[in-house]
Unconditional design. Structure first.
Length: 111
């Protein structure tokens, strides 16, 4: 999500290539009203969709993403402690859960 650019949305479709590995295929999904509402809520002054990367420049972008990821991991651990989970939630767990939910319903139905 950090690398998602405003230019990735054209003609009601979102096309995105993940930066997590070298051979990920492009993913194209319908851009619906609920997605636009989220994008409108978290606007960015850069070419990126969300304010994760706020200053452009390759090395700085990587540091900003690392910092954001650290904050997410910290907050997931805090949630785990707060609710006394036997296992701390991880980013991988949340991605897997999101993927399973999205296999069943659309973004509009989740939001």
């Amino acid at each position: 999500m950090a690398y998602l650019k405003k230019s990735n949305v054209k003609d009601g479709m979102l096309t995105y290539i993940s930066h997590t590995s070298d051979n990920n295929p492009a993913v194209t999904i319908k851009w619906d009203k609920a997605m636009q509402q989220i994008a409108d809520k978290y606007t960015s002054d850069t070419e990126y969709m969300f304010p994760i990367i706020t200053k452009e420049g390759n090395a700085d972008e990587t540091e900003q993403i690392k910092r954001s990821r650290h904050n997410v991991v910290y907050n997931l651990r805090s949630i785990g402690k707060l609710y006394k989970f036997s296992v701390s939630p991880t980013i991988a767990m949340t991605k897997d859960l999101w993927r399973k939910i999205m296999d069943e319903v659309s973004v509009s139905e989740v939001i």
